[in-house]
Design a protein around this ligand. Structure first.
Ligand SMILES: [Zn+2]
Length: 89
């Protein structure tokens, strides 16, 4: 399941340096991706397990067949997202 509710622009996504994300600028990062409000209002679902992802349970974004997947903080989802990231690099 890909981000069915949200259309993300892959080019905008790539412009943002993922390594620079820390807790301090997570809000700014999510805002830049247009994800902050959807996360706060419960509109985002984990692309792997389908669970609703809130800001607290957001772990990371990862490339998913040219789209952007969103992973929740479940360990298995996070590991799958990490693997997907490694596959792309
Ligand atoms: Zn998940």
């Amino acid at each position: 399941m890909l981000c069915s509710n949200i259309i993300l622009d892959m080019r905008a996504f790539k412009k943002i340096k993922l390594k620079a994300v820390s807790n301090d600028n997570l809000d700014a990062y999510l805002e830049a991706l247009g994800l902050l409000k959807p996360l706060q209002s419960g509109q985002v679902k984990c692309s792997i397990c389908g669970k609703t992802v809130a800001k607290d349970s957001f772990s990371c974004l990862y490339p998913d067949n040219g789209e952007i997947g969103i992973a929740c903080d479940d360990a298995s989802c996070y590991l799958k997202a990490l693997r997907a990231k490694e596959d792309q690099s």
